[in-house]
Write a protein that binds this ligand. Structure first.
Ligand SMILES: C[S@@+](CC[C@H](N)C(=O)[O-])C[C@H]1O[C@@H](n2cnc3c(N)ncnc32)[C@H](O)[C@@H]1O
Length: 195
């Protein structure tokens, strides 16, 4: 995905995976004009409408595109080119036969790590505890798998098997709004790559 002309080649790149209406991506882009923000989702029409809204607003540092995360994510970004991936409130698949459709799985984690710059981060949040815990199990397995190579290691920023409290980012997704409005808890994780 091409960098906007007004941003230099070394600008920070933040990507929201499964961004839907892009509320989080829009808020991030407005708050951080020096950062290139990318929102990706499997719903093409929604991405086209997000692009139109960004153009109407004159927001030049945000882009939206189609991706099927579990199939073609390895084609989207060059190795070492992204500073942060946000995976916010992915769809829960409760049925055991749909378990393989969970967004956080080893292939995706490996792919995201390849595309992160050293010192980059994967940020995950869910309102469904079981989904968050399964995702944490995948992350912690990746921590163990990469532990022999410090340059490529992953580290839970809250400590092993621990959720991050509060939202430290400049945006809040639509699903986070509704979760908090219901008085429910957000299960958040932050994993640092190669630092
Ligand atoms: C529950 S919504 C959350 C939207 C937004 N992140 C939020 O927090 O409000 C999950 C989003 O993930 C997208 N999604 C589900 N599976 C996907 C996949 N395999 N690839 C890309 N996007 C996917 C859906 O289209 C939907 O927009």
């Amino acid at each position: 995905m091409a960098l906007p002309a007004q941003l230099g080649p070394d600008c920070l790149v933040e990507v929201e995976l499964g961004c839907a209406d892009g509320q989080f991506a829009f808020q991030l882009a407005r708050a951080l004009p020096e950062v290139f923000v990318v929102g990706l989702d499997i719903r093409e029409k929604l991405m086209a409408s997000n692009r139109s809204l960004a153009a109407e607003e004159g927001l030049a540092n945000v882009e939206f595109g189609y991706v099927n995360l579990n199939v073609d994510m390895d084609q989207v970004f060059a190795p070492g080119s992204v500073d942060r991936f946000h995976v916010l409130f992915p769809d829960p698949w409760f049925n055991a036969k749909h378990r393989k459709r969970r967004v956080i799985e080893p292939w995706l984690l490996q792919t995201l790590c390849v595309q992160l710059r050293p010192g980059g981060e994967i940020h995950f949040a869910s309102d469904v505890f079981e989904v968050a815990l399964e995702a944490m199990a995948e992350f912690e397995a990746a921590v163990d798998a990469l532990a022999t190579d410090a340059a490529q290691g992953l580290r839970n920023m809250a400590g092993a098997w621990t959720f991050w409290r509060g939202n430290p980012f400049e945006g809040q997704s639509r699903r986070e709004d509704s979760t908090l409005d219901r008085g429910q808890r957000v299960w958040r994780m932050r994993y640092l790559y190669g630092a």
